[in-house]
Design a protein around this ligand. Structure first.
Ligand SMILES: [Fe+2]
Ligand SMILES: [Fe+2]
Length: 261
């Protein structure tokens, strides 16, 4: 089965006053955030690299710390979606901008990252108090920082999170290459089967980039990490797309043609 994008959806403006709508489908970069400079993009990358090298590479060093590292990564990296939702919710409450689709997309992304977290917890990544303490406190501060960034300039917030998701993708990709044989001989956690195989796939489809249609095969732990890595790639693409486009296609909104072979 494959899918392709056929049309763009539309913003839902607050009734009676289209001027109160912050967004316009024609020019998102000037309506919902401003384009950022290459220097700022570089600063974002350096900040994430710094966090990776100071916290993750030192505190979670070693083969036996892999699941704890992933637990911390998933605890922190899902926070931006919660920040976006908080700000979007506030805009709606104030009647400034309404875009139900963004709420759905970012919640679906958050829902996906939650399941990555559940998988890491089931694998034992959250067993140590110190790991939980560190990850949860960074997440708390990060929530506030991203809210501020998203209020000031959503493009900046999306760009920073693109770097985080790229880091997540690279981390899982390296882990898969280094541990292929071992992972193929380990069972898939129940949380992964519940989410990727037995679950209602509506939310899973909702966060895919554009009209991409994915159904991960989950037969062992290797497959689980492949699915997680590919989820991170989808998040990277979504974050990148939202920096220049106001709209994203969704399979559920009648914006895609689905071909069934
Ligand atoms: Fe994740
Ligand atoms: Fe992620």
């Amino acid at each position: 089965m494959s899918a392709r994008r056929t049309s763009l959806g539309s913003a839902i403006a607050p009734p009676d006053d289209p001027d109160r709508q912050l967004g316009s489908d024609s020019n998102p970069s000037t309506k919902f955030g401003s384009p950022i400079s290459d220097a700022l993009k570089e600063l974002n990358k350096s900040s994430i690299d710094f966090l990776k090298s100071t916290v993750f590479d030192s505190f979670f060093e070693g083969e036996d710390r892999a699941y704890a590292r992933f637990y911390a990564l998933e605890t922190i990296a899902r926070v931006p979606y919660f920040s976006y939702l908080s700000v979007l919710h506030l805009y709606e409450t104030l009647g400034k901008w309404r875009r139900a689709k963004y709420l759905k997309l970012h919640f679906a992304e958050s829902w996906n990252e939650l399941h990555h977290l559940l998988i890491m917890e089931e694998l034992g990544g959250s067993e140590r108090f110190l790991d939980r303490f560190l990850a949860q406190h960074i997440a708390f501060g990060y929530y506030a920082v991203v809210i501020l960034l998203y209020v000031l300039n959503p493009v900046q917030a999306y760009n920073l999170n693109q770097d985080v998701e790229e880091h997540a993708f690279e981390t899982y990709d390296k882990y898969l290459k280094d541990n292929e044989e071992k992972l193929k001989n380990l069972p898939a956690p129940k949380a992964a089967i519940d989410y990727y195989v037995d679950g209602d796939m509506y939310m899973f489809d909702e966060f895919q980039t554009g009209c991409e249609f994915r159904r991960p095969k989950i037969e062992n732990l290797y497959d689980v990490f492949v699915a997680i890595r590919d989820d991170e790639a989808a998040h990277v693409q979504t974050m990148e797309q939202l920096q220049t486009e106001l709209d994203v296609a969704s399979i559920h909104d009648g914006e895609c043609e689905i071909d069934i072979f």
